[in-house]
Write a protein that binds this ligand. Sequence first.
Ligand code: PRP
Ligand code: ZN
Length: 285
Amino acid sequence: MSNLKIAIQKKGRLSETSHKLLEECGIKFSNGADVLKTNAVNFPVEILFLRDDDIPQYVEQQVADIGILGENIVFEKNKDVEILEQLGFAQCRLSLAIPKEAVFTGMEYFSNRKIATSYPRLLTNYLKENNITAEIEEISGSVEIAPGIGLADAVCDIVSSGSTLMTNGLKEVITIMKSQAVIISNRNLDEGRQKILDKLLFRVRAVKNARENKYILLNAPLEALPQICKILPGMKSPTILPLEEKGWCSIHSVVKEDEFWERIDQLKNAGAQGILVIPIEKMVL
Ligand code: PRP
Ligand code: ZN
């Protein structure tokens, strides 16, 4: 049976996190500095280390069967591939930025100006939607330097922490799209590869659920139980264990990472004590 070929970014914002995701899915492989492809030792996949910009094309042509990369590139390249899963990491946005001392007057600011970008398709669409005529200067990297060297008046590029913009004396004025890492796939996988992919996706979802949730344990007086069960619905319902001390119990459940702080406050107000929050390794629903 043939291996499933997975393309990930060789070097850049997504390479480490993509590597980590596969590792957390139990897939072991080595990647030396100059290695461009390698077989996993314990799962029928081959990993290809590529430039992220090339991944959509390679997946369309089935040089790779699937790829892990940012939505920003998937939408820019607009190849015939399927988006299978949003992965919840490498969050960023595609934004327009101008010199920090410039006064921003709204979209009109960009009329007849020159904008440097590696995202000509997305920028062209955005300008069209807003009825703005501007000149697009397409460059493939280090876009933020363009205004500083007189190549353009503004940039349209990926912003994550914002530090690249700041070091280049630019400020973000408009967000064109939000982006995160996704898995894309070729549309015509054979049965063998589809089976491997299904197995992989099952693991990816378990890792993703685990990252998005926390295990929570707490003590509470029995009379607070109904209130606390409402705050903590759990996967099915919370686990309740009696404590040695009469009238008290221990409650175990799962909370969403992003609702976590709010829930803690509610739980304390309801009478919970000794609250422990523990990371989850894998979570299968
Ligand atoms: C983007 C962008 C900036 C950087 C911004 O590069 O081009 O260089 O990230 O990040 P910051 O806001 O945290 O400073 P990306 O890795 O997406 O692009 P590449 O593949 O073209 O290097
Ligand atoms: Zn890139």
